[in-house]
Write a protein that binds this ligand. Structure first.
Ligand code: BGC
Length: 767
């Protein structure tokens, strides 16, 4: 393997990490499940320090939330993603000693993830209690062709003995407790007890069901044709087993496919266990590791074809970018029933919940490079409209819907409402994502059948949650009180700038699409009871939305009173007191001006036409000084704005910190899972930042400016059915039409046209 290739993540090249962070970094997934790259002998043994397991997207259980003071309509249940059996788990028996009973000594020698194929290669040196040593090599991948399949090939070679080694491969343990690192509320919750039933069939098969959410899935294990293995019953459990005669210098290999039922368990279809086992057996029995790999690699290839970003000039960054994009691909649900959790499928952190992270930080990458995946992610929200409608009524909001702040099943799962439920901006975030999808893809069917309803129902929420002010400070304006913006270090305020600006956008796009569909699909408006009166009301509230502004400081105010509070003494707070949320009562933090993450400046980023360069400069400087970036969602936004302000070294610094966040474990909690939103914002920084891509009129504009160290940046985007390859160097931008009809767009706001025959080549002014 060429570990210099920017598609390889080689352990030796990473900074030293704790074992659980490494497991996260090397997690393999395919949107349906993710498997942590743990010591494959760990099982239930607490002797080892890892956190093995598999997470299936959307497979969760419920626990009743207990509150000392349980007010009406607090979220009733927590939803926690389940930790499932590790398909890599294996037992060895040597000289009568079994590795699950007497721990063997396992030393990790090396790991390399080849992102071109999705194959993880790992080498472990293992010593039995009788001092026999053998090397175990694992090659594994999560199939992207067959969403329900995980494949692993084991190779063993004796290092200091000749003799028998027995392999026992069961699929049954799920009792490894989730390790919670102290009091960190962002980390995992204890894992949920699950019921397991073994199913009589030709292959070891097990039905796993949750106790309260009443979900079930089936897992089954099939030995592949490379080196078939008999099914046996050991410890009363069905398994595969074989004894190998090891000779020094000779490697023995055997491989398995591990199937996880699909379509998704959330569909709650009646699972026919015997059918599953039979189909799995039939489908996989004659397959080899190579067969399955070829099919999966073809899909991974297709992903890179459209989604790769090739950066020349900094090999470490180039690799970091690909790592982030690959993880996004591994995390995204593709069935319209699931989305992307804050930690992807790499760990138990944040309980496997979906937040605004998916729509605001990750979706743009999919919208521009994998529109079909983006559509499924939006359909997930569409499918949750009934729950969002019920939630709105519970919250005394008489019309429209209210999406939950954190969730898996569509219901609110946040037990701390000031930094949870109160983040009503989630509604407008979803609407913003729908609009971006429609503008970039031109997918009118989606708009008509799904998107419009989401936009109208979220817009209705604002009319009901907000109100027309009567006090003198806001007179005549539409105001929205008692909300929390993205900055979770400020809660329950009136007129959070971000929320109001996003709500205004939500209302405006409701007007825009109502007018469009009035012509094309009037029946849609009738079906949703949208009247001209309501459209006018949306329009008026959008026009008169109150946006707080500090006239003395000449900055956008985060909320009605934000600038009057004292500023938190950031410079004199000891480093070990960060993140503040782990060291101070929320109320202490709320007393001050201190931002956990980009809040008001998010609007400078999302609505670039709202302000001129001076206004942006003032907002940026003010908020940068009071932001501590305790959230991983923060730095990229500041980096993009620094770029727009031509503060090249700041832009580059922020970018470096975001690209390498998980590979260097810079937030200190990669063990609980990757920071998926931050990974998405790597793409935002590159494409919205350095390439300067933005929607303009009916098309897009590119205003690129590369950091000095880079020689070129090449990426693809899809726009209204066209596939374009964009290459930016220090001196030129060239755009090639790979598929589709001719297209007009802008470079530095000058119109150009790319056709099949002629590519666009625009020379950039150099300083
Ligand atoms: C951030 C939220 C984010 C959540 C999940 C929190 O720390 O403040 O904005 O949605 O993490 O990533």
């Amino acid at each position: 393997m060429d570990t210099n290739d920017a598609f390889q993540i080689h352990l030796q090249k990473l900074p030293r990490q704790d074992e659980r962070a490494i497991e996260t970094i090397y997690t393999l997934g395919n949107g349906h499940f993710g498997v942590r790259a743990s010591n494959p002998l760990q099982g239930k043994s607490s002797h080892y320090k890892g956190q093995p397991g598999m997470f299936v997207n959307g497979f969760y259980d419920l626990t009743e939330l207990s509150y000392g003071e349980n007010y009406s309509y607090y979220a009733q249940n927590s939803q926690t993603i389940c930790q499932l059996p590790d398909p890599r788990y294996i037992i060895f028996e040597l000289d009568g000693k079994r590795s699950d009973e007497t721990p063997f000594d396992v030393k990790l020698v090396d790991k390399n993830l080849d992102m071109r194929t999705g194959v993880l290669l790992e080498i472990f040196d293992i010593k039995s209690p009788t001092n026999k040593q053998f090397r175990l090599t694992l090659q594994s991948f999560a199939s992207h062709a067959d969403k329900h399949v995980f494949v692993v090939k084991y190779s063993v070679s004796a290092l200091n003995f000749t003799g028998a080694l027995t392999v026992i491969k069961q699929a049954n343990y799920i009792d490894q407790p989730i390790q919670n690192t102290g009091d960190d509320m962002r980390a995992a919750q204890p894992n949920m007890a699950l019921d397991r039933t073994f199913i009589k069939s030709k292959i070891p098969t097990m039905l796993i069901s949750t106790r309260k959410s009443q979900l079930a899935l089936i897992v089954g294990q099939q030995a592949l044709s490379d080196n078939p293995m008999q099914v046996a019953v050991i410890d009363d459990l069905p398994c595969h087993s074989k004894t190998f005669d090891l000779t020094q210098g000779l490697t023995q290999s055997f491989s398995f496919a591990y199937a996880v039922s699909y379509p998704h368990p959330l569909l709650q279809t009646t699972l026919v266990e015997s059918e599953f086992a039979e189909t799995t057996e039939k489908q996989l029995a004659n397959k080899s590791f190579k067969d399955l790999l070829t099919a999966s690699t073809a899909k991974v290839d297709q992903f890179w074809q459209n989604s790769d970003v090739d950066l020349q000039g900094d090999a470490t960054l180039a690799q970091g970018i690909r790592f982030n994009l690959f993880h996004l691909y591994q995390a995204a649900g593709t069935d319209g029933q699931t989305s992307i959790a804050a930690k992807g499928l790499t760990g138990p952190g944040y309980e496997g919940h979906y937040f605004w992270d998916a729509e605001m930080f990750m979706l743009p990458f999919f919208i521009y490079t994998q529109p079909e995946m983006a559509k499924q992610l939006l359909i997930y929200r569409f499918n949750k409209l009934p729950q969002a409608q019920q939630r709105a009524r519970e919250m005394a909001v008489q019309s429209g819907v209210m999406f939950p702040w954190r969730t898996i099943n569509g219901e609110e799962a946040s037990s701390y409402f000031p930094a949870g439920t109160a983040q009503v901006h989630i509604n407008a975030d979803i609407a913003y994502a729908v609009d971006t999808y429609v503008r970039v893809t031109g997918d009118m069917d989606f708009l008509t059948n799904y998107g419009y309803e989401m936009i109208v129902k979220t817009a209705r929420f604002w009319l009901s949650y907000g109100h027309w002010a009567t006090d003198s400070a806001h007179a005549g304006k539409f105001v929205i009180d008692d909300v929390t913006g993205p900055d979770e270090y400020t809660a329950m305020v009136n007129n959070n700038y971000y929320t109001n600006r996003m709500a205004q956008n939500n209302l405006s796009i409701a007007v825009k699409y109502s007018k469009l569909l009035q012509h094309n699909h009037p029946e849609k408006l009738v079906a949703l009871d949208v009247t001209q009166d309501e459209i006018d009301h949306f329009d008026y509230a959008a026009d008169e939305m109150y946006l707080p502004f500090d006239r003395t400081l000449k900055i956008k105010m985060q909320d009605d009173v934000s600038t009057s509070k004292p500023v938190w003494p950031i410079d004199t707070t000891p480093r070990n007191q960060f993140p503040l949320l782990l060291h101070f009562h929320p109320l202490t933090i709320y007393h001050y001006q201190v931002n956990k993450q980009a809040d008001t400046v998010m609007t400078d980023f999302l609505f670039p036409k709202d302000q001129d360069a001076e206004q942006l400069q003032r907002d940026f400087s003010y908020y940068e000084a009071i932001t501590v970036h305790d959230s991983s969602l923060s730095r990229a936004i500041f980096g993009i704005l620094a770029h727009r302000l031509h503060r090249a070294s700041d832009a580059y610094r922020y970018f470096m910190e975001t690209v390498m966040m998980d590979l260097t474990n810079s937030q200190g909690n990669t063990a609980d899972g990757v920071h998926a939103a931050n990974m998405g914002s790597t793409w935002l920084s590159l494409i919205y930042g350095f390439a300067g891509l933005g929607l303009e009129k009916q098309t897009f504009n590119l205003s690129p400016e590369l950091p000095e160290a880079w020689t070129s940046l090449r990426f693809r985007i899809n726009f209204h059915g066209r596939n374009l390859e964009i290459t930016i160097t220090q001196s030129a931008v060239s755009v090639k039409l790979m598929a589709g009809r001719a297209l007009k767009f802008y470079v530095h706001h000058q119109e150009v046209e790319v056709t099949k025959k002629s590519l666009v080549n625009v020379f950039l002014k150099t300083n």
